[in-house]
Design a protein around this ligand. Sequence first.
Ligand SMILES: Cc1cc2nc3c(=O)[nH]c(=O)nc-3n(C[C@H](O)[C@H](O)[C@H](O)COP(=O)(O)OP(=O)(O)OC[C@H]3O[C@@H](n4cnc5c(N)ncnc54)[C@H](O)[C@@H]3O)c2cc1C
Length: 387
Amino acid sequence: MKTQVVIVGAGPAGLLLGQLLHRAGIDSLLLEQRSGDYVLGRIRAGVLEQGTVDVLEHAGVAARLRAEGLAHDGVEIGFRGFRHRIPLKELTGKQVTVYGQTEVTRDLMEARAATGAPTVYEAENVTLHDIGGSPRVTYRHRGENHEVACDFIAGCDGFHGVSRRSVPADTITTFERQYPFGWLGVLADFAPLWDELIYAASDRGFALASMRSQTRVRCYIQCPIEDTVDRWTEEEFWAEFGRRIGPDIAARLPRVPALEMSIAPLRSFVAEPLRFGKLFLAGDAAHIVPPTGAKGLNLAVSDVFYLYEALRGFFREKTTSGLDGYSARCLRRIWRAERFSWSMTRLLHSFPGDRFDERMQRAEIEYLLDSPSAQAALAENYVGLPL
Ligand SMILES: Cc1cc2nc3c(=O)[nH]c(=O)nc-3n(C[C@H](O)[C@H](O)[C@H](O)COP(=O)(O)OP(=O)(O)OC[C@H]3O[C@@H](n4cnc5c(N)ncnc54)[C@H](O)[C@@H]3O)c2cc1C
């Protein structure tokens, strides 16, 4: 078998790339190691930048997002028992849209199924060959071995995928920061008691009140890195969340069962470059941000958009300039999003130990809340830098 682009990984990055390429008349084969249901069962991001919404529009998959997405004009910062609103729209002219990653993925899966473009779920042992010359991908599916020749491979297979690991170690440089805490998250069905996301920096640690729809909330609390979900009951989660987010909300939290409860470690990670011969990395395969800035999914979308433009340039206009500039173009945006996500994480979480750092952190939040220009900078980054 031969195709123009083999896309490894059917998360949001791989599915979106497949959809954009299809609309440009470029063939792709999508290989995913998990089942479609498993991919849809993962609860992850929920805040879309305007640029992400524009790309999804361009890909023809934004009808439900337009109907059901919640446009937010601001966010709140909780500090020392008070909440301060950052008016995103007033400061930047832009909004963010709350629409879950699961819904984005579902829309993209349905669009791909409608096009009839090939997707192999539960593809085992996906292996990349000759990425510097005539690339091929082999995999096993339902007991049979397959081999596909292609012009390019898009590595959209997330942080733990095979693509980045297929690159010779001396050609890649990685940068990493681990944080000494994770986020314990609960998904539950009740109408949000807050109009906009609340990022609370309390003395007990960080908490985030967010939502996925008008009837579904997603809430997080900072927890020690060594914590496990089974150490927490739902009661304990909501009690701790209430203490951090504020008494007005705590008093009204309904007692409903959680739909999902999980812990995500926080990490910053970048691999450079993003191109290795005919292999291009995109999304979490190339970088991870701590979720505090709501940038992970948005960065995956901007990488994919740049890769789509580069591949369209190659196949339609016979130019390689987009492919040649892909890595540098992505990395400029990636490092800015890394900086913002790292600074939001440092600003809002409790870091055990250093009393001087504690005072610096407090001074920084107070400065942010007093300074219109500091708020404008936060807003500019939060709504997303231009694509
Ligand atoms: C627990 C968690 C919570 C998060 N919360 C937020 C948040 O609140 N806000 C935010 O902005 N971001 C969040 N993120 C980040 C955001 O979800 C990711 O940035 C986004 O999923 C990136 O999309 P992707 O398609 O690049 O990678 P992924 O979504 O990881 O998709 C990669 C796909 O590749 C598949 N794959 C892996 N290996 C192989 C292989 N060998 N062969 C074939 N397929 C393979 C995987 O099964 C997966 O389907 C979170 C991430 C995690 C893990």
